[in-house]
Design a protein around this ligand. Sequence first.
Ligand SMILES: [Zn+2]
Length: 175
Amino acid sequence: MPAKQTQATQDPIQSRFAPLNVRCTQQRRVVFEALCATRSHPTAEQLHDQLQGGHVALSLATVYNTLEKFCAVGLAHKLPPSGGRRPGGGSSRYDATVHDHLHVRCPRTGEITDVPDRLSREVLDRIGPDLLGRIESEIGMKIEHVHVELVGSRGARSAATSGTRRRPRHRRTRP
Ligand SMILES: [Zn+2]
């Protein structure tokens, strides 16, 4: 049995890259592993800093280009900059979780937290085709995606549950 081939097909990273024709270089592997290992939705700069001193040399440009490549083929999502002077506020953030889910962004710290899948689904399901159809007919535009971002901070639960500011952010393909 060709041991090498067996090993390649069992490699989880290779099996994610191969169907998308993404060549599995060492650089891409370490960037993807690092992105998958974190829930912090890092910027390219943050990932680059984290990967410094590792066994694979990576420039910031390589990290950035690699993340952009992942986004282009659907291995990652890019979250737009939140703006401001917060850490990472002026840079795009990256997310290896590519299925529909909502985020809560803290305006003070810039922290982005995933909303659990079942709750994300519940919110998105409530923005159904009927509501979107009414919006379309009222404003005369075709809705192509729904973006939802929740804004909140830790230790302020009562404020969050009594009505948070919502801004369109998260992309969802309309059913
Ligand atoms: Zn996320």
